[in-house]
Ligand binder design. Structure first.
Ligand code: 5RP
Length: 232
């Protein structure tokens, strides 16, 4: 079974278990979420479900529109019943690295106002310690004018290496949906207290959000090479 099929089985399982009639549904971002929205659209059509979808990114909004689903916003739906989203890595404590696709800020906002955050992923995202499998580091969204001092400060605090994200080598920086830059922090110490790290980095002026999701994930589904789904 391909990686794409592993993503699909995880996404379908999560949508089948967590989407109910009249729910307010947070739509995550990334390639795995594409399958979740596909499945949601099938169920809305076949079961005549009323579901309001709140996007976590421009990509998610486009997916909702493409599938003729009902688009909502936080102003009128401040409490979300369930959000289904992907992840770059999930450790044994269910701490997540997110933001590989650059959407961490809105993903974290939506997750934090959701009763449940459900992660869908293929088996390569399932790890023991952060950094075991995902080697690109923790994304940190920053205000553009402050990216150099923020980068220096985080390296002085915790070590590792930090790069300003760019789409292709020598091109300009990636700009997020919110007009900010992304720093990717490749850490070397895998035994950091991620809850403390999350809080400390967020306190640095100019940091908008960090792609560490600590104690936010309710359940994770990992599609396996054999076609089954492992739940955690
Ligand atoms: C985007 C994200 C994605 O959810 C994460 O990168 C996983 O993406 P994919 O499902 O394509 O592996 O956090 O900011």
């Amino acid at each position: 079974m391909s990686l794409e099929q592993a993503k699909q089985v995880a996404a379908y399982r999560a949508v089948d278990e967590f989407v109910t009639d009249n729910c307010i549904f947070g739509v995550g971002s990334g390639s795995t979420v594409v399958y979740a929205v596909q499945r949601l659209a099938e169920r809305v059509e076949s079961e005549n479900l009323k579901v309001t979808c709140i996007p976590t990114s421009f990509q998610a909004k486009q997916l909702i529109i493409k599938h003729n689903l009902k688009l909502g916003e936080l102003d009128t739906n401040p409490i979300i019943d369930v959000t289904i989203d992907g992840a770059d890595e999930v450790d044994s404590n269910m701490t997540l690295i997110k933001g590989g696709g650059g959407c961490l800020l809105q993903e974290k906002i939506i997750a934090s106002f959701s009763k449940k955050l459900i992660v869908i992923a293929d088996y390569t995202k399932d790890s023991v310690k952060l950094g075991d499998r995902y080697k690109k580091g923790i994304p940190i969204e920053v205000i553009p004018m402050a990216y150099v001092p923020i980068k220096n400060k985080i390296m002085a605090m915790y070590g590792g290496d930090i790069k300003l994200r760019s789409a292709i080598a020598k091109a300009g920086p990636v700009v997020t949906d919110n007009g900010n830059f992304i720093l990717d922090w490749v850490f070397t110490n895998q035994d950091l207290d991620w809850e403390k790290v999350n809080a400390a980095i967020k306190m640095i002026p100019g940091v908008v959000e960090i792609g560490l999701f600590v104690k936010m994930c309710h359940k994770a589904y990992f599609g396996q090479p054999e076609g089954n789904v492992v739940e955690r």
